[in-house]
Write a protein that binds this ligand. Structure first.
Ligand code: NAD
Ligand code: IPM
Ligand code: MN
Length: 354
C-alpha cells in the first residue's frame, strides 16, 4: 500500500479549524483508494511564538523536506505583527522549497451566488498564477534612523529574468493543460515601474512567441482589477508578480462567492522539494473559534494536493463532491448565506464521496 507523508501545519485562528476537516476528507480518500496518508503534525504558529519566541523551530525546513507534500491552514495572530508571523513561517517555506508557482483557481460553482450581478455558475473559470519567490516579496531593504523623525525605509523588488521567465512559461503550459479558453493574461504596471515591469513585459512577449496557439493579453494591474469585475468570464490563466497575484487572487476569490472557496497550491513544478497546499484566506480572527468557518477552500486545496501526488481520480472526486454539496445548497456556512457549521459541511462532502 502506498504511503504519502504529509507535513501538516494548521497554524493559527481558523487554520486550526479547517485543517482537521481537510484531513477527514483525505482519510476517506485513503480508504477508497487504498493508500495511506501519514500525517506529520507540526504545532508551529503563534502559540509556538508565545512559548519559544519564534514561529517555527530552527530546523523546521529540514523536518519538512522529506514530506511528499505540505498542508497548511493559516498564519496570523492579532497580538503579533503580521510581518513577524508571516516572515517567520509561511513565506520562508515558499522560498526554501522554491515553490515558485502559486496556483489559485477561481471557479464559480453552480448554485453559488457571485456578488457580481451577471455571472452564473460555471461562467467564471480562471486561475491566477502568481510568482511566489521574488518580486515585491524579496525582503531586500532596511531602515535607516529607525524610530527617529527622519526615519527612512527602503523595500526593493527583485525581478530576475530566470524567475520571470519560468513563471510565465508555467502559465502557458497550464493554459495548454487546462485546454479551456487557451488564453494567458499577463499583469504588470510598466507605465509606472519602468525597470522590473518592462523586463516582465519583454519576457512575456518572448515566451508568448513560443506558444502560437495560445491567445495573449497584457493588462496593467489597475485595469485588470477593473476587468476582473467587468468581464470575469473572459479570463483563463492570469499571470502576475508576487504582490499583484496576491491582490488579484483576493478579487478572484470573492467574485466566485467567498474567500472560503478559494484554494491554492504553492508548487515546485520541478519536484525537487515538497509543494505546499493552503487556502487563499488567512486566520480570520473575526470568526475564529465559532465553528462556522467554511472548510471548502482547504478541502479543495487538499484536492489540489491529490492532483500533485498524481491521484488524479481522487482529486476529481473531491472536487465533484464539493461541487455536489454546493449545487444542493442545503449545507452551507454563513459566508455562503447558510447556517451550517464547519463540521456539517465537511460531513456533507464526505457523504458525497461515498
Ligand atoms: P482573512 O482571509 O483571514 O479574512 C478576510 C475576511 O474573509 C474575514 O472577514 C474572514 O472572516 C473572511 N473569511 C476568510 N476565510 C473564510 C472562510 N474560510 N470562511 C468564511 N469566511 C472567511 O484576511 P485578513 O482578515 O486580512 O487577515 C487575518 C490574518 O490572517 C492576518 O494576520 C493576515 O496577515 C493573515 N493572513 C494569512 C494568510 C495565510 O496564512 N496564507 C493569508 C491571508 C492573511
Ligand atoms: C496569501 C497571503 C500572504 C501573501 C500573506 C499573509 C503574507 O495574503 O497567501 O495570499 O501575501 O502571500
Ligand atoms: Mn493574500
Amino acid at each position: 500500500m502506498k504511503t504519502f507523508t504529509i507535513g501538516v501545519i494548521a497554524g493559527d485562528g481558523v487554520g486550526t479549524e479547517v485543517v482537521p476537516q481537510a484531513k477527514r476528507v483525505l482519510e476517506r480518500v485513503a480508504q477508497k483508494h487504498s493508500v495511506t496518508f501519514a500525517f506529520q503534525d507540526f504545532d508551529w504558529g503563534a502559540d509556538h511564538f508565545f512559548r519559544w519566541g519564534r514561529m517555527m523551530p530552527a530546523g523546521a525546513i529540514d523536518l519538512l523536506q522529506p514530506c511528499d507534500a505540505i498542508l497548511l491552514g493559516a498564519v496570523g495572530h492579532p497580538q503579533i505583527p503580521d510581518h513577524t508571523t508571516l516572515n517567520g513561517l509561511l513565506l520562508p517555506i515558499r522560498r526554501a522549497f522554491d515553490q515558485f508557482a502559486n496556483v489559485r483557481p477561481a471557479y464559480l460553482y453552480p448554485g453559488v451566488q457571485s456578488p457580481l450581478a451577471r455571472p452564473k455558475g460555471g461562467e467564471i473559470d480562471m486561475v491566477v498564477v502568481r510568482e511566489n519567490t521574488e518580486g515585491e516579496y524579496a525582503q531586500v531593504g532596511g531602515f535607516v534612523y529607525q524610530h527617529q523623525p527622519e526615519e527612512v525605509a527602503i523595500q526593493t523588488s527583485v525581478f530576475t529574468r530566470r524567475g520571470v521567465e519560468r513563471i510565465i512559461r508555467f502559465a502557458f503550459e497550464l493554459a495548454i493543460r487546462r485546454n479551456k479558453k487557451k488564453r494567458v493574461t499577463s499583469i504588470t504596471k510598466s507605465n509606472a515601474q519602468g525597470h522590473s515591469m518592462v523586463l516582465w513585459d519583454r519576457t512575456f512577449r518572448d515566451v508568448a512567441a513560443q506558444y502560437p496557439d495560445i491567445e495573449t493579453e497584457s493588462l496593467l494591474v489597475d485595469a485588470a482589477a477593473m476587468n476582473f469585475i467587468r468581464r470575469p468570464e473572459s479570463f483563463d490563466v492570469v499571470v502576475g508578480s508576487n504582490l499583484f497575484g496576491d491582490i488579484l487572487s483576493d478579487i478572484s476569490a470573492i467574485i466566485i462567492g467567498s474567500m472560503g472557496l478559494a484554494a491554492s497550491a504553492n508548487l515546485d513544478p520541478l519536484r525537487r522539494f515538497p509543494s505546499m497546499f493552503e487556502p487563499v484566506h488567512g486566520s480570520a480572527p473575526d470568526i475564529a473559534g465559532k465553528g462556522i468557518v467554511n472548510p471548502l477552500a482547504t478541502i479543495l486545496s487538499a484536492g489540489m494536493m491529490l492532483e500533485h501526488l498524481e491521484m488524479t481520480d481522487a482529486a476529481q472526486q473531491v472536487e465533484s463532491a464539493v461541487a455536489a454539496v454546493l449545487a444542493d445548497g442545503n449545507v452551507r456556512t454563513p459566508d455562503l448565506g447558510g447556517s451550517s457549521s464547519t463540521e456539517e459541511v465537511t460531513t456533507a462532502v464526505v457523504e458525497k464521496l461515498g
